[in-house]
Design a protein. Structure first.
Lengths: 86, 1077
């Protein structure tokens, strides 16, 4: 189960990673670097505190997809490792 | 305030809980039912990242610096997204290489360099020690906040009134943590083995951390205030001038600062020694990474959700006083009378500190032992048989030393500013490992020298730009260094190095450290080449997912140690029990030969296995040194087996070279040179391609039953390469020949056959091989090659080639033998041709002209030369002698006898007179010769007088001629008693007489005619002959002969005869008819 076997998947991770880095830096950050309150909370705080869990959610969904991919591969190559030993 | 005894008891109970959990987890691990082999626990244990510096410090930073605290968690969140390819690769490599720490990882990647391991360890200790001090300080401070310390002391001294016991919180915590580290972090020497108890305790602490923090957050946000909006709005209303805390500064550099923090926290979460330990060394399955990728960021998000509200609430409650901002989370519940919550928060912060100290001390002690102390121990070369106990105690000692160095640091600088920024300083320090690790994973060209230069310069820059200023701020060094630069050189100002101004401290430091680190790493790597040992490691790291790409390392150990020696070597460092367990794991069901040792290939594997096993306990670099030292001490060494091929990459090129050698050899065989030339050429091709010192071809000399040298190339020696060998089992060559099996000796140090051994050693031969040269299964010689330079030359592939070459020699030999035989045959044929011609010349060329008599004769030899003879002798007195004889045999001997007979008859018949006399004297004369040669002659001798038709005849056992009397149509057999010539010296031969009449037809013949045979074994026989005579007697003698032959050939169905066939036909002309003519 080499990485290169699922190259598109690997590239997706690189995209997520760089997208995250870009979204959380200048100049994106500059757009939201405002005091304007949303529901009483400054925009920047909202941006970070909502954007952050959202990115985690994306990775969560993707990791489930990744799990399926690798599970399929495990079936054909090796037994899945015990995730929780009884 | 809470009574000190309650805080102390709760802390102790919590400690007890941690010990119990750890103990339980260790027990479960031992019985093979691990509770820590679990993705959730793995994610939780990663949260050891969140120390008290973040637990308390985040709030403090949010209250003073604003929102940038969040970068410390955003960075790890982002890098976690890359874990599926980045972390997984590191984990895979570490598991395969038994890597036990980040120092081990870096040292291992760059050729198992002890030097790199040492400097990484040194820098890690330097960077982390203050961080440990910070944790102890946090515990002590929070303890003091809960229960008032004794006044008048700088340390947090407390007095337990009940038992009249005075203690120093930080010291007590250090003792407990040391104990924990010893019990659960250094149970075994094998650091690459998982520490289940430690991980379980860390996971529990992470749970306590988050529960405490979220509980406090909920209480403050919803208990003390009316939710998030309320806090924010209250804050903005109350402190309109402090709203900058909720924004980033507007300048560009503010974003640089932001980016810097994100970047260094990304690196820190991966390369802080404790993070590496928990993430990589304690990882039990790559699959857990998939869960951790989102659950670890989620944990951090949850932990940070309430940081800003708490900070703002703290500011609101403390009237903007940020003096104690770090501990708002503790003081807020305390001030509002919720002491139980404060206690929970204290336990959370305590967990954060304890977890960090536990893992760091274990990771650092392993690094110190393996990378600083181990090389020294190995230098000292203690002769002790089992060092493992001592090493384990040393490891435990280092855990204590690391923790107490932290304590000492805290006591000396406890309140100084040197500790304030220590968390970030440590982060930048761990960032220095990033280029060497990440580059090492993906960049093949990265070399040891590049990594070492980058690391050293990076750390010098780190020290100068971060640690030095913090020392100045602590008052240890003169402020002038900061303001005017070192030695007053402005361009050396630590916070504005080379005149770089306008950046915050962190960005400035990150820029310069990375500039030097990455710059040198890349440029020096490009300028240098990795050594062989390094190349091997590069493949194992970069190509960890592509095993096939890893070049096949084929090598052998000369004077290889036995299995037991390997076990003893392991015993010394990991203990007897572990060593035996390891070896039985390795051997499993491997084949062990009758000498109780493994095959050469398996020994190499055992050597690697031993090294890996040792690496798990003492680190990769010391393991390599141990093995190398051990092997060199006993005179063994590793050698590449390819140098004989003149190329490193055997698997691909060997077959090509083999093919080319075999092709050239086949070409030589087909060249048509003499055998000597061909054999010389084959050896030349062979020795040109492979560096052998001597190659010899010996072929069996059948007459003398020895193996004689037919071709030889390389060193010359009368006793060695050029001498013959007897066919005995006492020499390797003899054995090879007699058993028709290849003999390969890859190491002449230990060989049998004393006679051979003496010669071999005399000529300093390191390895040799003999291949039998066989033709159609029969051994005819031996091909040998000898090497002085290298042992283990004869690999499997090579032996195949060698055997092939031997059979090429066989083909050459067979070809030459066949040619020789053809030549002999041709020469023989020519001789026989000559003999035949001579013999045919001895037969009468013409028939004598005798009036009234017609004659014809023929001799058809079955082979080239024959033993049949006939002749006519026309004497002066008019009589005609006709003789027909058959010498037994068809060889030259028979031909010679026939010639002799002819000479005798031609010379003597004139005066010997009667046929009887002639046969008698012939018998007498030839008796000696014939009986000696075991030959005999049958002969019929007839003397005809044309004037009266009288024919006297004598026979020596010859087939009686047939006389056909055409006048009365009767057949007469000219019988005459007589033994074949050469049996008895004296024999009473008979002589008879007959009168040939006109029209008579006499046929003299040799028995080859009657014995002409069909395929079915039927003889032609006399009856058929008689019939033929009757039916053809009116023909001329020559026609009769032709007719008879024709008929005989028809009868046998063959053109040639098995035996010589001779016939003479005499026909008396019918007088009347002739007169009529």
């Amino acid at each position: 189960m080499g990485i290169r076997n699922n190259k598109p998947l690997r590239e997706a991770w690189v995209i997520f990673f760089f997208l995250g880095v870009v979204m959380l830096n200048f100049p994106f950050l500059h757009i939201f670097n405002k005091e304007t309150p949303v529901f009483g909370i400054p925009l920047l705080v909202i941006y970070l505190m909502v954007g952050w869990p959202l990115s985690i959610l994306v990775v969560y969904i993707f990791s489930i997809y990744l799990g399926k991919e690798t599970d399929d591969k495990y079936i054909s190559t090796e037994p899945p490792p015990d995730e929780e030993t009884p | 305030m809470i009574p000190v005894d309650i805080v102390a008891s709760v802390s102790l109970v919590y400690f007890g809980l941690l010990f119990a959990v750890a103990f339980y987890a260790d027990r479960r691990e031992k019985v093979g039912r691990s509770i820590t082999n679990n993705a959730n626990l793995y994610s939780l244990s990663l949260a050891v990242y969140c120390t008290s510096w973040t637990f308390y410090g985040s709030i403090g930073r949010a209250a003073t610096n604003g929102i940038d605290f969040i970068t410390i968690y955003l960075g790890p969140t982002l890098i976690a997204f890359s874990w599926w390819f980045l972390l997984r690769k590191i984990v895979r490599i570490s598991k395969e290489q038994n890597i036990g720490s980040i120092a081990d990882f870096i040292s291992s990647r760059y050729g198992k360099s002890a030097f790199l391991g040492a400097i990484v360890t040194l820098f890690a200790v330097l960077g982390i020690m203050p961080y440990i001090a910070l944790q102890l300080k946090a515990v002590a401070r929070t303890f003091d906040l809960l229960a008032d310390p004794l006044v008048g002391t700088t340390a947090s001294l407390h007095h337990l009134p009940n038992i009249d016991f005075q203690f120093d919180t930080a010291f007590a915590v250090a003792v407990c943590l040391s104990l924990f580290g010893i019990l659960f972090g250094a149970r075994h020497l094998d650091s690459s083995e998982r520490h289940s108890g430690l991980v379980a305790a860390i996971a529990l602490e992470s749970v306590v951390k988050i529960v405490a923090f979220v509980a406090a957050g909920l209480f403050i946000t919803y208990g003390m205030f009316d939710g998030f909006s309320d806090i924010f709005e209250s804050f903005v209303t109350r402190f309109p001038d402090r709203t900058d805390l909720l924004l980033l500064g507007s300048g560009d550099n503010e974003y640089t600062h932001w980016f810097t923090l994100i970047f260094i926290s990304m690196m820190a979460v991966m390369f802080l020694p404790r993070q590496f330990h928990i993430m990589v060394v304690e990882n039990s399955s790559e699959e857990h990474i998939r869960r951790a990728m989102w659950s670890f960021p989620a944990y951090m998000f949850l932990l940070n959700l309430f940081v800003i509200p708490i900070a703002l609430a703290g500011l609101l409650m403390a009237n903007g006083d940020t003096h104690n901002a770090d501990f708002y989370i503790l003081t807020l519940p305390l001030q509002s009378g919720h002491e139980w919550l404060a206690l929970l928060v204290f336990l959370g912060g305590f967990s954060a500190s304890a977890g960090m100290v536990m893992v760091s001390s274990v990771a650092l002690s392993t690094m110190i032992l393996n990378h600083i102390l181990m090389p020294v121990i190995l230098k000292l070369q203690t002769g002790e048989r089992d060092l493992s106990r001592r090493l384990l105690y040393l490891k435990r000692l280092f855990i204590v030393v690391v923790i107490f160095l932290g304590y000492l640091y805290f006591r000396l600088l406890g309140e100084s500013a040197a500790l304030v920024n220590i968390g970030l300083i440590s982060f930048v320090a761990s960032t220095q490992f990033a280029p060497a690790v990440i580059g090492g994973l993906y960049w093949r060209r990265a070399t040891f020298k590049g990594a070492a230069t980058g690391l050293i310069l990076g750390f010098i820059a780190w020290f100068y730009t971060l640690l030095l200023p913090s020392f100045v701020e602590a008052g240890w060094l003169s402020q002038s260094i900061l303001d005017e630069g070192l030695f007053g050189w402005k361009f050396l100002m630590p916070k504005a190095l080379f005149g770089l101004t306008g950046f915050d401290t962190w960005s400035h430091a990150l820029f310069w450290t990375m500039f030097f680190n990455v710059g040198c790493y890349i440029s020096v790597s490009l300028l240098t080449r990795p050594k062989a040992a390094e190349r091997e490691q590069i493949a194992k790291f970069v190509d960890v997912y592509h095993k096939g790409k890893t070049p096949l390392q084929r090598s052998r150990i000369t004077k290889a140690p036995t299995i037991m020696e390997f076990v003893n070597m392991m015993t010394k460092f990991i203990g007897e029990k572990q060593a035996h367990a390891a070896i039985s794991r390795f051997i499993g069901n491997k084949e062990i030969d009758n000498k109780g040792s493994l095959s050469e290939q398996e020994l190499i594997k055992l050597k690697r296995f031993t090294e890996l096993t040792l690496a798990g306990s003492v680190g990769a670099a010391p393991a390599r040194i141990i093995i190398d030292n051990y092997l060199s001490a006993r005179g063994s060494r590793m050698e590449s087996v390819f140098d004989v091929f003149g190329t490193v990459n055997i698997s691909r090129n060997a077959s090509r070279e083999q093919l080319s050698v075999l092709y050239d050899a086949a070409h030589a065989v087909a060249s048509g040179g003499t055998l000597k030339e061909i054999l010389d050429e084959i050896l030349k091709i062979f020795t040109d391609q492979f560096k052998f010192d001597l190659c010899v071809i010996r072929i069996l000399d059948e007459d003398r039953q020895t193996l004689t040298v037919r071709s030889q190339r390389g060193m010359s020696s009368r006793h060695f390469g050029e001498s013959e060998r007897n066919l005995t089992m006492d020499t390797f060559i003899g054995e090879t020949f007699l058993t028709n099996k290849i003999t390969v000796v890859n190491d002449t140090d230990d060989i049998g056959k004393p006679e051979s051994a003496r010669i071999i050693h005399e000529h300093r031969i390191a390895s040799f091989a003999h291949a039998p040269i066989a033709v159609e299964g029969e051994t005819i010689g031996v091909l040998s090659s000898f090497s002085r330079a290298s042992k283990g030359v004869f690999t499997h592939e090579f032996i195949e080639l060698f055997t092939n070459l031997a059979s090429q020699v066989g083909v050459a030999w067979r070809n030459s033998q066949q040619t020789e035989r053809l030549i002999t045959l041709r020469e023989h044929q020519r001789e026989m041709e000559i003999a035949k011609n001579i013999q045919l010349g001895l037969l009468p060329k013409r028939v004598p002209e005798i009036p009234g008599l017609e004659m014809a004769g023929i001799c058809v030899p079955a082979k080239d030369v024959g033993g049949d003879y006939y002749d006519y002798l026309h004497h002066d007195d008019g009589r005609l002698d006709v003789v027909i004889a058959d010498v037994s045999g068809h060889n030259v001997g028979a031909a010679l006898l026939m010639a002799e007979t002819r000479t005798f008859i031609q010379s003597r018949s004139a005066f010997l007179g009667s046929p009887l006399n002639i046969i008698k004297s012939l018998n007498h004369f030839f008796y000696e010769d014939l009986s000696q040669a075991e030959l005999f002659i049958t002969m019929f001798y007839l003397q005809y007088r044309p004037e009266n038709g009288q024919a006297r005849y004598a026979s020596a056992g010859h087939s009686p001629p047939l006389l056909w009397r055409s006048q009365d149509e009767t057949l007469l057999r000219l019988d005459s008693e007589g033994l074949i010539i050469g049996v008895h010296r004296e024999f009473p031969y008979e002589q008879n007489e007959v009168i040939l009449q006109s029209g008579d037809c006499l046929l003299l013949y040799t028995d080859g005619l009657l014995e002409a045979e069909t395929h079915d074994g039927d003889f032609f026989g006399e009856d058929r002959l008689v019939e033929l005579i009757k039916s053809s007697c009116d023909r001329s003698p020559q026609e009769m002969i032709d007719y008879i032959f024709e008929q005989v050939r028809l009868f046998t169905g063959q053109h040639s005869f098995q035996d010589d066939v001779s016939m003479v036909v005499m026909k008396v002309k019918e007088v009347e008819q002739s007169t009529e003519k």
